[in-house]
Ligand binder design. Sequence first.
Ligand SMILES: Cc1ncc(C[n+]2csc(CCOP(=O)(O)OP(=O)(O)O)c2C)c(N)n1
Ligand SMILES: [Mg+2]
Length: 584
Amino acid sequence: MSETSGGEVLARMLQAEGVEKVFGIIDGTYFGFYSNLHKLGIEIVTPRHETCAAHMAGAYARLTGKLGVCMASNGPGVANLLPGLAVENAEGNRVLAITSCRRPQIVYPDRGGTYQSFDQVGAISHLAKWSHAVVSFDRVAELGRTALRYCWDGRPGVVHLDVPETIMNGKVKAEVSPWQPHQYRRVDRMVPAPGQVELAAEMLAAAELPMIHAGSGIIHADAYDELRRVAELLHAPVTTSWAGRGVLPETSELAIPMPFIPINNEVRNDADLVLTVGSRLGETDWWGKAPYWRHPSEQQMIQVDIDAHILGANKPAALTVQADAKLFLAALAQQLAGLTARMNLDARRRKVAKYREKIAAERAKLDEKLEDLAVPMNPAHVAHACQQVFPEGTVLVADGGNAAVWTMMFHQARVPNTILSTFKFGMLGAGVAQATGAAVARPGTPICCIIGDGAMGFHPQEVETAVRNGLQVVFLVLCDKQWGMVKMNQQFALKPIKTLIRKSLGPDETIKADLGEIRFDELARAMGAHGERVADPRGLKAAIERSLASGGPAVIHVDVDPVKHMWAPGLMHFKDMHQEPKGK
Ligand SMILES: Cc1ncc(C[n+]2csc(CCOP(=O)(O)OP(=O)(O)O)c2C)c(N)n1
Ligand SMILES: [Mg+2]
């Protein structure tokens, strides 16, 4: 037995788990942890705000399928980490947070006046899958294994381990070599019961108009090919959750892109059987309820999920299957291959062709906005130009507000798992760190981040993180000098008729909705990045090309027409979503 610290034990466990990166800001209270990460060759990526460490870990986890690990130091570091953990847990990203806390003798409970201390587990346990403190050195390894077991069990989310500074740094005589992951957690995929696969295949073959609803469980299971195969065998249209967008490339005739909400509603009302895979059917899926979906009395559901707590949670299911999505869909495809002769494929084809016509018409209507060449530009140009200039398969990060709505409407998801946002949380500013985390996950390829001027103001400092770490993120900041999305809501709340007639109220008619200007291009240059400012849509592509050619991070300050920006397409559906669906 040799001398070791709790920090070393944890670092070695992470190494055994294959962890290659840890995101966080250094501090003396866990020197024993990160100095060992460093010694073992695990890279420490340091943002300039702890909440960004959580988002970077989340984006990294989602894009790589690996565990995202972040760390923060007791008191202020952990307090700064909290919003990021709340968001990453909500989004369902596999993030392990390791934090330091003060010595066990003076915390849990606080002796009264303990420096840099609060009830970290108490706070995080409300926003994580599991959160516990280590109470003595002999439990570091055991609780580390428990944390890792939770990380890989059920729906991904945040798991937290709080480790006292004395245990992190203090040395004791102990066994150093960690258990291997298969010795303490499930490492194989969960196999579906064969009888359930057969039954699902029979139901889907017999259905008149089956459809598939796919969530981000498809991403976590890497089940894109299997999803496509099942959809093709059934000739079933595929809708997705917002976070699942692109799991079936939108170039497929069976893909019903999420932004075309009325067509999504139509598909969901036509289907007599829904195969839901890896989705909770949450509020952004309108809870699976009428009138957005057909009433359960006329629409059966087969629900497949890795997490038993999701099955039948929001919509009644005729068949619930707890299984890995990839294995289930692969087995289902095998079964379905023998049943195609029994399917009413002609009827399904006719329906899908109708949906395609409607999508094309809707697309053409939206694309009329691209003919608008006024200065400052119509925001429609931004995502469109990005898709033309960035290489195919570039990860696109859409931050919140109207900037995200415009981005979603003018981007086509052609490659699975290439869109990041905070779909469930709508956390302004998270996109900055998601983009830098994405660049760590996809080294050597540029990342595109489209973000509002309000949101960029939350975390512009992370441009320096990108510079320091050689991460090629191109930020396109849509500058309307207002909290655009909220200003639009306010206008309708305050003076709806005048808003409809004039399109915009006067400067003193809204409440604190306007912002001053930050020259994001100049700010970028001050941090060592490339900076551009563009207001003319005819100059946009060239600005993106120059930014990419700079080879490093870049910020393009894009002046958009503030009134057109407020009138983002599809906003009324977003407002509707905030009400309980009226169907029983
Ligand atoms: C952290 C955070 N604070 C507040 C909100 C509420 N909110 C939603 S959209 C929005 C305005 C966004 O402004 P901006 O980032 O400039 O984007 P725009 O809508 O102007 O494109 C606000 C304040 C939020 N979603 N997230
Ligand atoms: Mg704005």
